[in-house]
Design a protein. Structure first.
Length: 248
Protein backbone atom coordinates (compact mmCIF):
# COMPACT_ATOMS: atom_id res chain seq x y z
CA UNK A 1 0.00 0.00 0.00
CA UNK A 2 1.14 3.52 -0.75
CA UNK A 3 2.42 5.57 2.17
CA UNK A 4 0.15 8.25 3.51
CA UNK A 5 1.03 11.74 4.73
CA UNK A 6 -1.68 13.56 6.63
CA UNK A 7 -1.27 17.21 7.63
CA UNK A 8 -3.19 18.17 10.75
CA UNK A 9 -3.49 21.94 10.82
CA UNK A 10 -5.42 21.92 14.11
CA UNK A 11 -6.86 25.43 14.72
CA UNK A 12 -4.27 27.11 12.51
CA UNK A 13 -3.85 28.32 8.98
CA UNK A 14 -5.36 30.72 6.52
CA UNK A 15 -6.58 30.80 2.93
CA UNK A 16 -3.12 31.96 2.00
CA UNK A 17 -1.45 28.97 3.62
CA UNK A 18 -3.85 26.66 1.83
CA UNK A 19 -2.81 28.15 -1.52
CA UNK A 20 0.87 27.85 -0.64
CA UNK A 21 0.67 24.24 0.54
CA UNK A 22 -1.37 23.14 -2.46
CA UNK A 23 1.15 24.78 -4.75
CA UNK A 24 4.05 22.97 -3.06
CA UNK A 25 2.62 19.49 -2.82
CA UNK A 26 0.25 19.16 -5.76
CA UNK A 27 2.61 17.93 -8.47
CA UNK A 28 4.30 15.78 -5.88
CA UNK A 29 1.21 13.73 -5.12
CA UNK A 30 0.80 13.10 -8.83
CA UNK A 31 4.39 12.15 -9.50
CA UNK A 32 4.84 9.79 -6.57
CA UNK A 33 3.04 6.93 -4.94
CA UNK A 34 2.39 8.79 -1.69
CA UNK A 35 -1.11 9.96 -0.85
CA UNK A 36 -1.24 13.45 0.63
CA UNK A 37 -4.21 14.38 2.80
CA UNK A 38 -4.78 17.80 4.38
CA UNK A 39 -6.92 17.84 7.55
CA UNK A 40 -8.17 21.43 7.63
CA UNK A 41 -10.29 23.39 10.09
CA UNK A 42 -13.96 22.98 9.07
CA UNK A 43 -14.08 26.65 8.08
CA UNK A 44 -11.67 26.02 5.20
CA UNK A 45 -13.07 22.78 3.85
CA UNK A 46 -15.43 24.44 1.41
CA UNK A 47 -12.44 26.17 -0.20
CA UNK A 48 -11.08 22.83 -1.34
CA UNK A 49 -13.56 22.66 -4.24
CA UNK A 50 -11.24 25.07 -6.04
CA UNK A 51 -8.58 22.35 -5.96
CA UNK A 52 -10.67 19.56 -7.45
CA UNK A 53 -8.14 19.30 -10.26
CA UNK A 54 -5.33 18.29 -7.86
CA UNK A 55 -4.41 14.88 -6.44
CA UNK A 56 -4.57 16.20 -2.90
CA UNK A 57 -7.18 14.63 -0.65
CA UNK A 58 -9.06 16.33 2.19
CA UNK A 59 -9.93 15.50 5.76
CA UNK A 60 -12.08 16.96 8.49
CA UNK A 61 -10.54 17.18 11.95
CA UNK A 62 -13.73 16.20 13.75
CA UNK A 63 -17.28 15.14 13.00
CA UNK A 64 -20.50 14.69 14.95
CA UNK A 65 -22.07 11.22 15.15
CA UNK A 66 -25.53 12.38 14.08
CA UNK A 67 -26.49 13.53 10.62
CA UNK A 68 -28.29 16.73 11.69
CA UNK A 69 -29.97 18.36 14.64
CA UNK A 70 -29.75 20.95 17.39
CA UNK A 71 -25.98 20.72 17.96
CA UNK A 72 -24.69 24.24 17.61
CA UNK A 73 -21.17 24.42 16.29
CA UNK A 74 -20.99 20.83 15.09
CA UNK A 75 -20.37 19.42 11.62
CA UNK A 76 -21.94 16.19 10.32
CA UNK A 77 -20.47 13.50 8.10
CA UNK A 78 -23.19 14.31 5.57
CA UNK A 79 -21.81 17.85 5.32
CA UNK A 80 -18.26 16.62 4.92
CA UNK A 81 -19.35 14.19 2.20
CA UNK A 82 -21.23 16.95 0.41
CA UNK A 83 -17.97 18.92 0.21
CA UNK A 84 -16.14 15.95 -1.25
CA UNK A 85 -14.12 15.38 1.91
CA UNK A 86 -12.90 11.79 1.84
CA UNK A 87 -11.27 11.46 5.25
CA UNK A 88 -11.77 12.58 8.84
CA UNK A 89 -9.64 12.51 11.99
CA UNK A 90 -11.51 10.85 14.82
CA UNK A 91 -10.56 10.82 18.48
CA UNK A 92 -7.53 13.07 18.32
CA UNK A 93 -6.02 13.24 21.82
CA UNK A 94 -6.68 16.99 21.98
CA UNK A 95 -10.38 16.25 21.57
CA UNK A 96 -10.26 13.39 24.04
CA UNK A 97 -8.52 15.74 26.51
CA UNK A 98 -10.18 19.12 25.99
CA UNK A 99 -13.58 18.12 24.64
CA UNK A 100 -14.07 15.06 26.84
CA UNK A 101 -14.38 12.65 23.94
CA UNK A 102 -14.81 9.11 25.17
CA UNK A 103 -14.07 5.80 23.45
CA UNK A 104 -17.82 5.44 22.84
CA UNK A 105 -17.99 8.82 21.10
CA UNK A 106 -15.00 7.89 19.01
CA UNK A 107 -16.80 4.71 17.98
CA UNK A 108 -20.01 6.59 17.11
CA UNK A 109 -18.06 9.13 15.04
CA UNK A 110 -16.20 6.37 13.24
CA UNK A 111 -19.50 4.71 12.35
CA UNK A 112 -20.95 8.02 11.13
CA UNK A 113 -17.97 8.44 8.78
CA UNK A 114 -18.15 4.88 7.46
CA UNK A 115 -21.85 5.22 6.69
CA UNK A 116 -21.05 8.12 4.39
CA UNK A 117 -17.99 6.50 2.82
CA UNK A 118 -15.62 8.85 4.64
CA UNK A 119 -12.41 7.11 5.73
CA UNK A 120 -11.84 7.60 9.47
CA UNK A 121 -8.32 8.20 10.75
CA UNK A 122 -8.73 6.92 14.27
CA UNK A 123 -6.18 8.45 16.63
CA UNK A 124 -4.91 6.45 19.58
CA UNK A 125 -2.10 7.09 22.04
CA UNK A 126 -1.03 6.78 25.64
CA UNK A 127 -0.10 9.68 27.89
CA UNK A 128 3.20 9.93 29.75
CA UNK A 129 1.83 8.48 32.95
CA UNK A 130 0.45 5.47 31.12
CA UNK A 131 3.76 4.91 29.33
CA UNK A 132 5.73 5.16 32.55
CA UNK A 133 3.38 2.68 34.15
CA UNK A 134 4.10 0.22 31.32
CA UNK A 135 0.53 0.47 30.05
CA UNK A 136 1.07 1.93 26.58
CA UNK A 137 0.22 -1.18 24.57
CA UNK A 138 -2.78 -1.92 26.73
CA UNK A 139 -4.16 1.61 26.31
CA UNK A 140 -3.76 1.85 22.55
CA UNK A 141 -5.11 -1.65 21.96
CA UNK A 142 -8.20 -0.81 24.01
CA UNK A 143 -8.74 2.42 22.08
CA UNK A 144 -8.52 0.55 18.79
CA UNK A 145 -10.57 -2.49 19.75
CA UNK A 146 -13.48 -0.41 21.03
CA UNK A 147 -13.85 0.67 17.41
CA UNK A 148 -13.06 -2.58 15.61
CA UNK A 149 -15.36 -4.69 17.79
CA UNK A 150 -18.42 -2.72 16.85
CA UNK A 151 -18.19 -1.97 13.15
CA UNK A 152 -19.02 -4.37 10.31
CA UNK A 153 -15.76 -6.19 9.56
CA UNK A 154 -16.26 -5.57 5.84
CA UNK A 155 -15.73 -1.86 6.56
CA UNK A 156 -12.65 -2.29 8.77
CA UNK A 157 -10.21 -1.96 5.84
CA UNK A 158 -11.43 1.63 5.35
CA UNK A 159 -10.07 2.61 8.75
CA UNK A 160 -6.60 4.05 9.17
CA UNK A 161 -5.11 4.32 12.64
CA UNK A 162 -2.77 7.06 13.80
CA UNK A 163 -0.56 6.23 16.75
CA UNK A 164 0.06 9.54 18.51
CA UNK A 165 1.65 9.24 21.93
CA UNK A 166 0.31 12.22 23.87
CA UNK A 167 3.78 12.97 25.30
CA UNK A 168 5.15 13.38 21.77
CA UNK A 169 2.51 15.77 20.41
CA UNK A 170 3.77 19.30 19.96
CA UNK A 171 6.68 18.67 22.33
CA UNK A 172 9.50 18.29 19.83
CA UNK A 173 10.14 14.88 21.39
CA UNK A 174 9.06 12.29 18.87
CA UNK A 175 8.81 8.64 19.81
CA UNK A 176 11.92 6.70 18.91
CA UNK A 177 11.55 4.62 15.75
CA UNK A 178 11.77 1.53 17.97
CA UNK A 179 8.87 2.65 20.14
CA UNK A 180 6.79 3.50 17.08
CA UNK A 181 7.57 0.11 15.56
CA UNK A 182 6.70 -1.76 18.74
CA UNK A 183 3.35 -0.03 19.13
CA UNK A 184 2.42 -0.24 15.44
CA UNK A 185 3.18 -3.94 15.43
CA UNK A 186 1.06 -4.45 18.54
CA UNK A 187 -1.83 -2.48 16.99
CA UNK A 188 -1.75 -4.56 13.82
CA UNK A 189 -1.65 -7.73 15.88
CA UNK A 190 -4.62 -6.59 17.99
CA UNK A 191 -6.51 -5.65 14.83
CA UNK A 192 -6.01 -9.10 13.32
CA UNK A 193 -7.22 -10.73 16.51
CA UNK A 194 -10.52 -8.93 15.97
CA UNK A 195 -10.85 -8.88 12.17
CA UNK A 196 -9.10 -11.81 10.56
CA UNK A 197 -6.51 -10.96 7.89
CA UNK A 198 -7.06 -7.22 8.32
CA UNK A 199 -4.14 -5.26 6.87
CA UNK A 200 -4.42 -2.25 9.15
CA UNK A 201 -2.57 0.87 8.05
CA UNK A 202 -0.92 2.65 10.98
CA UNK A 203 0.45 6.19 10.80
CA UNK A 204 2.81 7.69 13.34
CA UNK A 205 2.16 11.20 14.69
CA UNK A 206 3.85 13.38 17.31
CA UNK A 207 6.61 15.89 16.53
CA UNK A 208 7.25 14.53 13.04
CA UNK A 209 9.51 16.88 11.09
CA UNK A 210 11.74 16.88 8.03
CA UNK A 211 14.71 15.64 10.06
CA UNK A 212 13.12 12.62 11.70
CA UNK A 213 10.53 11.49 9.15
CA UNK A 214 12.89 9.32 7.14
CA UNK A 215 14.03 7.20 10.08
CA UNK A 216 10.47 6.80 11.31
CA UNK A 217 9.31 5.75 7.85
CA UNK A 218 12.12 3.20 7.63
CA UNK A 219 10.41 1.06 10.26
CA UNK A 220 8.49 -1.83 8.68
CA UNK A 221 5.15 -1.10 10.35
CA UNK A 222 5.13 2.69 9.98
CA UNK A 223 2.84 3.19 6.99
CA UNK A 224 2.76 6.95 6.99
CA UNK A 225 2.76 10.02 9.21
CA UNK A 226 0.35 12.50 10.74
CA UNK A 227 2.06 15.87 10.88
CA UNK A 228 0.91 18.77 13.06
CA UNK A 229 3.20 21.77 13.58
CA UNK A 230 5.55 20.93 10.73
CA UNK A 231 2.66 20.91 8.22
CA UNK A 232 2.12 24.65 8.67
CA UNK A 233 5.12 25.65 6.59
CA UNK A 234 4.56 24.87 2.91
CA UNK A 235 8.12 24.14 1.82
CA UNK A 236 8.97 22.15 4.93
CA UNK A 237 5.82 20.10 4.51
CA UNK A 238 6.76 19.42 0.92
CA UNK A 239 10.14 18.08 2.09
CA UNK A 240 8.35 15.76 4.49
CA UNK A 241 6.09 14.49 1.69
CA UNK A 242 9.07 13.96 -0.58
CA UNK A 243 10.82 11.83 2.00
CA UNK A 244 7.72 9.78 2.69
CA UNK A 245 7.26 9.21 -1.04
CA UNK A 246 10.92 8.28 -1.35
CA UNK A 247 10.65 5.74 1.42
CA UNK A 248 8.85 3.13 -0.69
P1 LIG B 1 2.67 17.69 16.12
O1 LIG B 1 1.13 17.25 16.16
O2 LIG B 1 3.23 17.16 14.83
O3 LIG B 1 2.65 19.18 16.18
O4 LIG B 1 3.33 17.04 17.30
C1 LIG B 1 0.71 16.01 15.65
C2 LIG B 1 -0.77 15.84 15.88
O5 LIG B 1 -1.27 16.16 16.97
O6 LIG B 1 -1.49 15.37 14.99
Amino acid sequence: VDPLVVANWKMNGSEQLLQAVVQQVDGLAEATSATVVLALPAAYLSLTKAFDNTQIEWAGQNVHWLTSGAYTGEVSATMLAELGVGWCLVGHSERRQHCAETDDMVLAKTKACLELGIRPIVCVGENLQERQAGKALEVVSRQLLVVLKDIPSALAPLIVVAYEPVWAIGTGEEASPEIAQEVHEALKHAARSEVKALELRVLYGGSVNEDNVKTLMSMPDVDGVLVGGASLEALGFRRICEQVAGSV
